[in-house]
Write a protein that binds this ligand. Structure first.
Ligand SMILES: Cc1ncc(COP(=O)(O)O)c(C=O)c1O
Length: 433
């Protein structure tokens, strides 16, 4: 296991990379904020995932976590496929990997989208028994000559309970996702019996929500169901042979937090579900956060330092337009932050409590009410760490601000490249017209 890719990017490295970007002239005065992505680290995370599971598994990256094409291409170069949850993501993924390496999830796929994905030959995970029925109609109507063989799974809810955060847990008794196994056991068994093309089970029990032990418990419940479906198939032989274990592995956002490495999760899974690590099963994974969260950081100019109300408030250029969950639930989603001076050198000094507020016009646009930072000054740079997943992918148009420049680099001392220019004002205006 490569230890170096698991840890958060250290402040000395952030500072060196920021200074290098300045030296190379990659940041102009207009760049009030920029995103930095360490592509070498991202590739390392993908390798770590591959090494943790048997050869032959299809590892897909959840596009929703970080849908920037250069990141997706970096993961594809490591042999990964892509998990998509909309037509837009499907088209993004198609521009990067062949359809055989795409898995289409979503609770709201239309008939037309399902037909399109079937024609392409992408794998599809149905989210409900009604969606299985739609697929049955579409598959029955296909010409016998149709090139692509359907690869269809069904998302199951093992109902092993909510984790730490209810709003990112999907395996509680109620969830809008998947089919609860206990409640619909007979109907599920009948669906698997009736449709020879229904060969996969899919379980995703939430993102950053559950401890690995709970995740693995959910897999066991789904695996027992799949084994039962195969027993019922009897002489016809095993039907279910694709097991899509979803994503969801938590990462450590706060200094001092410990999060499991992929090899630990795979070892737990192997201990609890040894069958999955045999040639009887084709494994699919859909990790997002684990791959990209620790590979990116955001740097914003501190536009103002406002005293008042008993606090020092740093007004920065990124808020709920990029860090939506962080602003809605600042007590749950906390990022470590670092202050650099305008030249990129780390600021020192005794730590003080700061409020970190974004640029948007609503009072909830606050990333942290209690960030311990050295005294920051107007014009300094605030670095927000570990923003590689579910941050910029949730970009919002509220107040019509421009999506920041994205700068990629290849590890400490590595090459730099602009992956995406700062969004032009014209594109912002186009959105509304
Ligand atoms: C169906 C599905 N698969 C995979 C993922 C990726 O989860 P994570 O980024 O936590 O690994 C998600 C995230 O919400 C998801 O909904």
């Amino acid at each position: 296991m490569n230890a170096a890719v698991g840890e958060r990017i250290p402040p000395s490295e952030l500072s060196a990379a920021y200074r290098r970007a300045l030296e190379l002239g990659l940041l102009s005065g207009d760049d009030t904020a920029a995103l930095f992505i360490d592509l070498q680290r991202l590739a390392g995370r993908a390798r770590e995932l591959r090494e943790a599971f048997p050869d032959g598994a299809l590892h897909t990256a959840a596009v929703k976590a970080a849908p920037l094409p250069p990141l997706l291409r970096c993961l594809a170069r490591e042999g990964m496929g892509l998990e998509v949850a909309s037509l837009g993501e499907l088209e993004l993924a198609r521009s990067v990997v062949p359809a055989e390496r795409i898995v289409f999830d979503s609770p709201a796929k239309t008939r037309a989208e399902l037909a399109y994905a079937l024609d392409l030959g992408a794998a599809i995970n149905a989210d409900s028994l009604d969606e299985v029925a739609r697929l049955a109609e579409l598959i029955a109507a296909r010409p016998a000559s149709a090139a692509a063989r359907p690869r269809i799974g069904l998302r199951l809810n093992p109902q092993v309970g909510a984790g730490r955060f209810a709003y990112t847990s999907t395996a509680a008794r109620y969830s809008k996702f998947g089919v609860p196994i206990a409640e619909f056991r007979e109907a599920l068994l009948e669906a698997y019996r009736a449709h020879v093309w229904l060969q996969g089970v899919h379980v995703h029990i939430g993102s950053q929500a559950c401890a690995p032990e709970q995740m693995v418990e959910g897999m066991r419940v789904a695996l027992d169901f799949a084994l039962e479906a195969n027993r019922r198939a009897g002489a016809a032989g095993p039907r279910v042979r694709i097991f899509d274990i979803g994503g969801g592995l938590p990462v450590a956002y706060a200094d001092g937090d410990r999060a499991p490495r992929m090899a630990e999760y795979a070892a737990l899974l192997r201990a609890r579900c040894p069958e999955l690590f045999t040639s009887d099963w084709r494994l699919v994974t859909e990790f997002g956060r684990y791959l990209s969260a620790p590979c990116a950081w955001a740097a914003s100019r501190i536009e103002y330092v406002k005293p008042g109300g008993g606090a020092r408030t740093l007004i920065i250029h990124l808020g709920a337009d990029m860090l939506l969950r962080e602003c809605y639930f600042p007590e749950h989603w906390r990022h470590e932050m670092v202050v650099l001076d305008a030249g990129g050198a780390p600021r020192g000094g005794p730590l003080e409590r700061h409020v970190v507020a974004g640029p948007l016009c609503f009072a909830g646009d606050v990333l942290s009410f209690e960030q311990e930072l050295p005294p920051a000054r107007e014009g300094d740079i605030l670095v927000i760490r570990d923003v590689g997943a579910y941050t910029f992918s949730m970009w919002s148009r509220f107040v019509s601000r421009q999506f920041p420049k994205v700068i990629g680099y290849h590890g400490p001392g590595g090459e730099f490249e602009v992956l995406k220019e700062r969004e032009g004002l014209g594109r912002v205006l186009d959105f509304w017209q």
